[in-house]
Design a protein around this ligand. Structure first.
Ligand code: NAP
Length: 513
């Protein structure tokens, strides 16, 4: 294990230019680097947050020169930037400056020589370009390489920290594929690294609206007094996609909706809703509260609390949609789930007795990521002679995708002599107030790692807490692959059986339309 963190660099504030560093991307020839990491770095240099003295070293097995690698990045960033320009002109000067700081090292992740070469390259960068000894190793590689690359980095002495240098490792998702594998991976990497050198990526946490959940709760006085079992009837979290499996058949067949979305993205949203206010806005204070929230979630009983589904053929907007089993690369008899819905309880003073309903699925009627907080009805109705009971309860909806904002539903009097009530919505759309900065969602996370802020990265205990909750479900599916599987038409609301999770207590899902 490397020496304890002794980096005494001054504490950086968000918005400062990041201190000089080297960024080493393993898997630099891959899809993630091309589509998301490089455009994010371009956005960072454009907005003046990347250090002036900076170097980017791409590592992959393809036979490329520095020049060849730069040409590839040039092509992909230009096409990405034109897709997502938000009417911002491509910034040649900054991009060319960034490209001039890029180089390439060819090698195999399994080969110890690669890490010796890297060490020399890093020393050279610092000697020739004064990029400092700070280094971030970004593992944009398949998950089977995470532990192996960290072992090699350790053996080559690449992750030793000192008073004048930090060494950090960003690890992509998926972090493990069940509780035991996540625990084993944590143990493996923590033999080489200290926890505060590890930045476990969940790019969902880089989204503005996800970060804003904390701001809404803790920077405003009106929500927190209501944020508990006395006032909240139940919470629904929805992550619905309209897309199917697309070109990721191999990955998705081995993963499924539960592993792909729930222990990471969906539980991060759950934790942000359930957590207690942290003592401070420090990474560890926040991460401790999030983990405590997940630790309080009941382990799922798959037989009573879960519905899993797979889309069959259907239609949306008059267009026919294939079933999952007919998609390219999918087994015709596949028992994989493309949808999962569950009911959870949280054993805490704040949430005892409040059900949390979570659902995520592909090929749904509407693309929507939202959290809906449904409040209790008033204790009795003053308006018995009207249709008050038919009114929907007060609901606060935090919308994350596609149209970011929030909406509060409440009852109001319909104008006229009779006392008749109608449902109204107070809507807030981000785009009406704030300009949308071009973003892949990775900018914040890469920058945060550069300034040493781990708030938006998952800590080992939080990752394990997520897997622990869903482990009985994974065990059941392993023992009995067709267990609980329901089918739903593509373009619909998901399996009808998922409705029963709520209907038994007189509740219902918000309609996706
Ligand atoms: N792509 C996304 O949108 C996305 C989103 C979220 C998370 N992630 C995560 O990010 C990571 C990378 O994903 P990706 O889609 O970029 O994968 P990818 O396209 O397969 O890229 C991985 C790169 O590593 C190279 N490589 C494989 N084995 C190697 C070895 N032994 N030595 C040296 N290079 C080797 C690959 O080369 P070959 O092409 O020759 O195999 C490829 O260029 C994964 O953990 C993934 O789960 C990706």
């Amino acid at each position: 294990m490397s020496t304890p963190l002794t980096n005494t660099a001054k504490r950086l504030v968000h918005g400062d230019k990041a201190p000089s560093c080297n960024l080493v991307i393993f898997g630099a020839g891959g899809d993630l680097t091309r589509r998301l990491l490089m455009p994010a770095l371009y956005n960072l240099v454009r907005t003046g947050l990347l250090p002036d003295r900076f170097s980017l070293i791409g590592v992959d097995r393809q036979d490329l020169t520095d020049e060849g690698f730069r040409d590839r990045l040039d092509q992909s960033v230009r096409s990405f930037a034109s897709e997502k320009s938000y009417s911002v002109e491509f910034d040649e000067t900054h991009w060319k400056h960034l490209l001039s700081q890029v180089s390439y090292v060819r090698g195999d992740f399994n080969d110890p020589d690669l890490y010796r070469t890297l060490k020399q390259r890093l020393d050279g960068e610092n000697r020739n370009h004064a990029t400092s000894e700070n280094a971030i190793f970004y593992l944009a590689v398949a998950s089977r390489f995470f532990g192996l690359v960290v072992d090699h980095l350790g053996q080559a002495g690449l992750v030793e920290e000192g008073p004048e240098r930090y060494r950090r490792v960003i690890i992509e998702k998926p972090f493990g594929n069940d509780y035991e594998s996540a625990r084993a991976l944590n143990q493996q990497i923590l033999r080489t690294l200290h926890e505060d050198q590890v930045y476990r990526m969940d790019h969902f946490l880089g989204k503005e609206t996800v970060q804003n959940i904390m701001v809404k709760r803790f920077a405003n006085g009106i929500f927190e007094p209501l944020w508990n079992r006395n006032h909240i009837d139940h919470v629904q979290i929805t992550v619905a996609e309209t897309v199917g499996v697309e070109s990721r058949a191999g990955f998705y067949e081995a993963t499924g909706a539960m592993r792909d979305m729930v222990p990471n993205h969906v539980f991060q949203l759950l934790a942000l809703i359930c957590m207690e206010p942290p003592n401070s806005f420090c990474a560890d204070a926040i991460r401790t509260e999030k983990t405590k929230a997940l630790d309080a979630v009941h382990v799922i009983n798959p037989l009573t609390d879960i519905v899993r589904g797979q889309y069959r053929n259907g239609s949306r907007d008059g267009k026919d949609l294939k079933g999952y089993r007919e998609e390219d690369g999918i087994q015709p008899e596949s028992l994989n789930e493309t949808y999962v819905a569950m009911k959870l309880g949280v054993d805490s003073w704040r949430w005892s007795g409040v059900p949390f309903y979570l659902r995520t699925g592909k090929r749904m009627a509407q693309r929507s990521t939202e959290i809906s907080i449904e409040f209790k009805r008033p204790p009795f109705s003053l308006f018995r002679d009207t249709q008050t009971e038919e009114l929907e309860p007060n609901t606060l909806i935090l919308k994350l995708q596609p149209d970011e904002g929030a909406s509060l539903a409440f009852g109001a009097k319909i104008p006229g002599p009779a006392i008749q009530l109608g449902q109204v919505h107070m809507d807030f759309h981000y785009k009406d107030y704030f300009q949308n900065a071009p973003s892949t969602g990775y900018e914040t996370l890469i920058y945060d790692c550069m300034i040493g802020d781990a708030t938006l990265f998952q800590r080992a205990d939080s990752v394990e807490a997520g897997w622990r909750i869903v482990q009985p479900y994974l065990d059941l599916c392993k023992a009995q692959p067709d267990a609980l599987l329901e089918f739903y038409p593509a373009g619909g609301q998901g399996p009808t059986k998922a409705d029963a999770l709520l209907e038994t207590s007189g509740r219902k899902w918000r309609k996706l339309s």
